[in-house]
Design a protein around this ligand. Sequence first.
Ligand code: FEO
Length: 162
Amino acid sequence: MLSKNLLDEMNNQIKLELYSAYLYLSMAAHFESSNWGGFASWMKKQAGEEQSHAMKFFEYIHDRGGKVTLQGIDQPPTSFGKPSEIFAEVLKHEQSVTARINLLYGIAVKDNDYASQEFLNWFVKEQVEEEKNATQILEWLKLAGDSVNALFQINGMLYKRE
Ligand code: FEO
C-alpha cells in the first residue's frame, strides 16, 4: 500500500508527465507550422514518451492498491523563440522533472517503500537520458548559431530519432 503522501505526489506526477506531453506537442506544432519537420518529429516522439511515462505511474498506482485521480492540465505556451531557446526550455523543464522524481524517491525512502524505490529507479535512469539528449541538441544549436545550413543539418538528424 502506498502512503497517502506518495499516492498524492504520484497523482501529481501523472499531471506533470501529461503536461510535459502537452508542452512538447505545442513545441511540435510550432515547428510544424514553421516547416522544420525534423524538429517537429523529435517533439512528437518526445510527447509520446511523456504519455507513456504518465501511464507507468497510472498502472503502478493501481498495482499498489491506490486510485488514480486525474487533474486538470495547464495550457502550455503557444508561441516560442528560436530553436536554441526552445531546447534551453526543454532542458530546464527536464531538470524540473528530475527534481520531482528525486522528491518522489525521497518519500519512498522515508516510507521504507522498497517497491516504489524499485519502480522509481527506471525514472531516475530515464531522467539522465532526458537531460543528456536535451543538452546535446542544445549544444549543437549553440554551435550552429545563425547558420541556416547548420540548422538544416540538425533538422535532418532529428528526423532519425527512434
Ligand atoms: Fe517524463 Fe521527460 O520526463
